[in-house]
Design a protein around this ligand. Structure first.
Ligand SMILES: [Zn+2]
Length: 296
């Protein structure tokens, strides 16, 4: 009997020792199996507006091109778009899609916008009076005439979420003002609520580092094509809530400023969209290689 027991124990012990290897073998394979592409805005929410196009149109076109390119170059990876038509989803729905589809990477495509500036177009003479009685004199002073002018701000930036400003701040990652329309984030839970802060901190612990890594690669790719990169930026406000609502590394790419005439033209051109898509795809492929090893 004793021999039988010890045999069973030996068997159990060896099974327990081996089992982690089994489970590791079962989990082997690429870590990045599914990539979610989110075309920002859509439908009733067209996002930022340029002179002739909207953010939602551009994000959909760029997202579709990215989808096609990644399918070609990463044939064994699942690519899922949150939308491939002009339809509105609130950000909760976008995050739900990403989580439901078991995404390993969440790529949000957006277009930035800068407010118009008041600039002096000229001056008009405005009369004013000095002195009293016979000494009263009419004089003129120059008053500036203001007109609304395009804001010259331009360039790309890639955002990541950080639970607290300053906390977990990565090298070279700055806090910055995000200009874009935040129409899509009205219903988002208050990011300052205790539950939201705890959830955001968990996301930061798990995915911040990888998100910074990917965001840096994306901005480097943009720079290498001669574009102006405003860098990798972090925020923790409503405009970026969707990133930490996903259970995966996530970045939000501002592909340029729709309020800048040259960038609006570039983002609407075939060449511009191809170049932009190529850069994003290159960064994703490089990132995937780093995480998964060479692509089979
Ligand atoms: Zn946007």
């Amino acid at each position: 009997m004793r021999a039988t027991y010890s045999l069973i124990l030996t068997f159990l012990a060896s099974f327990l020792l081996i089992s982690p290897i089994f489970s590791q073998t079962a989990k082997k394979g690429p870590k990045i199996k599914t990539i979610i592409i989110d075309a920002g805005h859509g439908g009733t929410d067209q996002g930022a507006r340029g002179q002739y196009s909207t953010e939602a149109q551009i994000t959909l076109e760029v997202a579709k091109r990215l989808d096609t390119l990644l399918r070609q170059e990463l044939p064994t990876t699942r690519i899922v778009m949150t939308r491939n038509i002009d339809i509105y989803h609130d950000v909760r729905e976008k995050a739900n899609i990403a989580n439901r589809e078991n995404g390993d990477l969440f790529i949000c495509i957006h277009v930035n916008a800068a407010p118009y500036r008041n600039v002096i177009a000229g001056y008009k003479k405005v009369p004013y009076y000095v002195g009293k009685g016979k000494k009263r004199k009419k004089l003129y002073k120059n008053q500036p005439i203001y007109v609304k002018a395009q804001n010259p701000v331009h360039g790309t930036s890639t955002y990541i979420f950080a639970a607290d400003r300053g906390d977990e701040k990565a090298e070279g990652v700055a806090n910055d003002v995000r200009f874009e329309s935040e129409a899509e984030v009205i219903d988002v839970p208050d990011p300052q609520s205790p539950e939201a802060i705890i959830k955001a901190r968990l996301w930061t612990q798990k995915f911040f580092k990888n998100s910074v890594q990917l965001a840096t690669m994306i901005e480097n790719e943009f720079s290498s094509t001669g574009g102006k990169s405003l860098g990798v930026l972090q925020r923790n406000e409503k405009g970026i809530w969707v990133l930490q609502a996903t259970n995966m590394p996530a970045v939000l790419i501002e592909t340029g400023f729709i309020t800048n005439k040259d960038e609006e033209d570039y983002l609407n051109s075939e060449n511009g969209q191809k170049e932009m898509t190529r850069s994003i795809a290159n960064a994703i492929i490089t990132y995937k290689k780093q995480v998964d090893g060479p692509i089979q």
